[in-house]
Design a protein around this ligand. Structure first.
Ligand code: NDP
Length: 294
């Protein structure tokens, strides 16, 4: 069905993968005239039938509108796609996942070509895009003027959270959250491995794990933040490092008894033991942050 897009702010979108297509449909449904480009033209055909304008080249799509959103595979694909485009006077928003350094370099490159720039970090999967209340949102950073000018349009697919003028900060927030999630996934894999050969059903452990992880995350992230801010890693500590390192031996031995590799746990346990050996037994685990940053 064709959408009525009269009256909405027009914009350009480069990239119609799973995420780009979801973004396109959200803007279209909200009445924003949309010009799109995708390397593989066939992927744009369903959207063309829904009222999107399909450009033959990325340069043509960039020329069509002041606001240009990019959602491609990686930094290299963004560089390739934008290579021949005239960015003068454009507001470029890059929602492609990348590192903070890549975002800063791209911002410099865009500024040299006369564009304003925002980097982005999408904290959502495609099915959450354009769904109010899904909990999905996007980090933005870089030009405050760009963000303020387009805040309403950017907030259409998912909540828009501006995290500072440094164009790398959106990526840094994104990767900080993804890194924490990765550690959590490692812990979940280890927990299920421990019960794998037993008569405990994974489905019985699942709700216990979910509740426990939620409760532990809620308390530990705030304690860690407060201790890092004050520099006092003892005040507020309920579980001290000396006790936790002793308990870690039980974690290691249980893995051994169950025939489970400890390679996911061991790096963290090693850092905790090092911090204890440095004489910080009364602290929480916050000092591990200092070990990582050197
Ligand atoms: P897809 O793999 O579905 O799509 C990749 C897109 O990049 C396609 O449009 C593809 O074009 C294009 N592309 C790849 N290489 C090039 C190139 N060299 N030149 C031009 N275009 C290229 O990925 P998603 O849409 O899922 O992800 C897009 C971005 O969004 C990624 O950075 C991803 O990390 C991020 N993201 C994705 C999430 C998800 O759950 N999907 C969640 C959060 C962020 P073609 O169709 O021609 O192959």
């Amino acid at each position: 069905m064709r959408q009525d897009t009269t009256g909405g702010t027009p914009l350009t979108l480069l990239g119609l993968g799973a995420m780009g297509t979801a973004l396109a449909r959200a803007w279209l449904a909200a009445g924003h005239p949309l010009t799109v480009w995708n390397r593989t033209a066939a992927r744009a055909e369903p959207l063309a039938a829904e009222g999107v304008t399909v450009a033959a080249t990325a340069a043509e799509a960039v020329a069509a509108n002041g606001l240009v959103v990019v959602c491609l595979l990686d930094d290299a694909s963004v560089r390739q796609a934008l290579a021949g485009a005239d960015l003068a006077g454009r507001d470029l928003v890059n929602l492609t996942t990348g590192t903070p350094g890549q975002a800063r370099d791209l911002a410099d490159w865009a500024h040299e070509r006369g564009a304003r720039f925002n980097g982005g970090g999408v904290m959502a999967v495609p099915r959450m895009i354009g769904v109010p209340g899904s909990g999905g949102y996007v980090f933005y950073s870089g030009s405050r003027e760009l963000f303020e000018a387009h805040r309403d349009v950017l907030a259409v697919p998912a909540g828009a959270r501006y995290v500072g003028t440094d164009p790398g900060f959106a990526a840094l927030h994104d990767v900080a959250l993804l890194s924490a999630m990765t550690g959590m996934f490692a812990g979940i894999a280890h927990a299920f491995a421990l019960i794998r050969r037993e008569t405990i059903a994974p489905g019985d452990l699942a709700p216990l794990l979910a509740d426990w992880l939620g409760a532990m995350a809620a308390s530990s992230v705030h304690l860690t933040a407060a201790q890092l801010a004050s520099g006092d890693y003892v005040t507020g500590t309920g579980s001290n490092l000396a006790m936790m390192v002793a308990a870690n031996d039980t974690l290691r031995r249980t893995a051994q008894e169950q025939g489970v590799g400890a390679e996911l746990l061991q790096p963290y346990l090693t850092l905790m033991a090092r911090r204890l050996a440095d004489g910080h037994g009364a602290e929480s685990g916050t000092g591990v942050v200092d070990l990582l940053t050197g």
